[in-house]
Design a protein around this ligand. Structure first.
Ligand code: ZN
Length: 445
């Protein structure tokens, strides 16, 4: 029968020069033919070639004027066309992880969007976003949010993988979905997305999202929380983003830099900003006078500023009033430059005493000592300092360094990356330890 039909069709093909409205040039048979005659014809037009079989999993396809129809036993017969067909083609059609279409193209969704579902995922298209595949756990999560009706809207690219801890992610018009085997797939969008991005994505201080956004109304305002591996990002309608790394959960470490600000401090701030991490600066009042803008900049970047006295004198040999005289002018300067009075002081040389603690208590400051000392002031070698910090660090450590030395600033990128690779989150003193009890001595968490 098929041979006879082909002969007839060849005859018809010859006749179409004379009579273009004659029957189609090609057979449309089998399941593709059934689907075509049942309604796909209006979308697809007439065949422009023969049915081709022997594809993956014994599938077949046939090209039509406005697209193609694919058939495979498990998937059924369905058509693809336009941008979705093209995108599927760039992935090598049924040889891609999507395999065969399981629906025809369906249109009329948000912002004029269309999609095809496939055995291994979907391709979504809209005029503004283009056509992009979505599959696996990211697709499941997007589906649970209501597909393109969610705040994410449409995908704007395919999935990308091989980031920290074997993660994958996909961008959408309104945000992203991030996945890792340990944390699962979760969406991030809106103001929380912006803050998380600026903090260095999944490699930054918060790590991967461990849940979706949870919102509630409180006191007439709206509050949304989202948990990440190392803390929670909160958005409030009255205050915007409020955040905190939770050092009870995260492996935290506080890098502290004493004796500045110096001519090297700006470069250190550049590094900290680039890496999306925080540190604490114990500044000397005499040094602040010529470099006030550096202190203001550090504070505006979220660094914490502590008091390291005015003249770097030995506080343990001073009277109560002498200690206050060393600390007070510097707290005043810090407050003028940053708008905040320091809650931490560090005695030069770590030389504390009950008198120093009493004066600090009366001035509302905790006494900040340290648990890791790489002797950067003595050994002016970036590699040595880096090795010592990375070897001696423990969760909850306070690391003592000095931004007075160029070699210490040279060591910062290696220390930061090394700590991140060990799973540490770099925080300020107050993030590590909370608001200090005035006069109490702290060495680590
Ligand atoms: Zn010092």
């Amino acid at each position: 029968m098929r041979t006879l039909a082909r002969v007839l069709c060849a005859l018809v093909l010859a006749l179409t020069f004379v009579c273009p409205a004659a029957a189609h040039a090609y057979d449309v048979g089998g399941a593709i033919g059934d689907a075509w005659r049942a309604g796909a014809r209006s979308a697809m037009g007439d065949p422009t070639g023969p049915e081709v079989c022997g594809l993956r999993d014994r599938g077949c396809y046939q090209n039509f004027q406005r697209g193609a129809m694919y058939w495979q036993q498990a998937a059924g017969a369905h058509w693809v066309r336009g941008a979705i067909q093209e995108r599927w083609g760039t992935m090598r059609w049924e040889n891609s992880p999507l395999r065969y279409p399981t629906t025809d193209e369906r249109c009329g969704f948000r912002d004029g969007g269309c999609f095809n579902h496939f055995q291994g995922g979907s391709i979504y298209w809209s005029p503004a976003s283009g056509a992009h595949p979505v599959w696996g756990l990211i697709r499941d999560r997007w589906e649970s949010m209501g597909w393109e009706r969610s705040p994410l809207a449409y995908p704007v690219e395919g999935e990308r993988c091989i980031i920290r801890n074997s993660g994958c992610f996909q961008y959408f018009q309104g945000g992203a979905i991030y996945y890792s085997p340990a944390t699962g797939a979760h969406p991030v969008f809106g103001a929380i997305f912006d803050h998380w991005r600026d903090s260095g994505w999944e490699a930054g201080r918060y790590g991967y999202p461990t849940g979706g956004e949870a919102c509630r109304t409180e006191g007439g305002g709206r509050i949304c929380d989202q948990r990440f591996e190392h803390g929670t990002i909160t958005w409030r309608s009255d205050r915007g983003i409020v955040t905190g790394v939770d050092c009870r959960v995260a492996r935290c470490v506080a890098l502290t830099y004493d004796d500045g600000p110096s001519s090297h401090t700006s470069r250190l701030l550049d590094t900290l900003g680039r890496e999306g991490v925080k540190a604490t600066f114990f500044v000397v009042g005499d040094m602040v006078d010529s470099r006030g803008p550096t202190v203001s900049r550090a504070a505006s970047m979220g660094m914490e500023i502590g008091n390291h006295t005015t003249h770097h004198g030995t506080l343990s040999s001073m009277s109560y009033q002498g200690v206050r005289n060393e600390l007070n002018p510097t707290s005043d300067k810090i407050q003028r430059l940053t708008g905040r009075r320091p809650v931490w002081m560090r005695p030069p040389g770590g030389a504390t005493s009950t008198t120093v603690q009493q004066a600090s208590a009366d001035m509302g400051m905790g006494v900040a000592l340290w648990s890791v000392d790489p002797y950067d002031w003595r050994d002016r070698n970036a590699a040595t300092v880096t090795d010592r910090v990375l070897h001696d660090v423990r969760p909850g450590a306070v690391v003592l360094m000095h931004d007075l030395h160029g070699t210490t600033v040279d060591a910062a990128p290696g220390i930061i990356r090394g700590l991140k690779a060990q799973g540490y989150t770099l925080v300020t003193m107050s993030e590590l330890l909370g608001q200090p009890a005035p006069g109490q001595v702290y060495r680590s968490r």
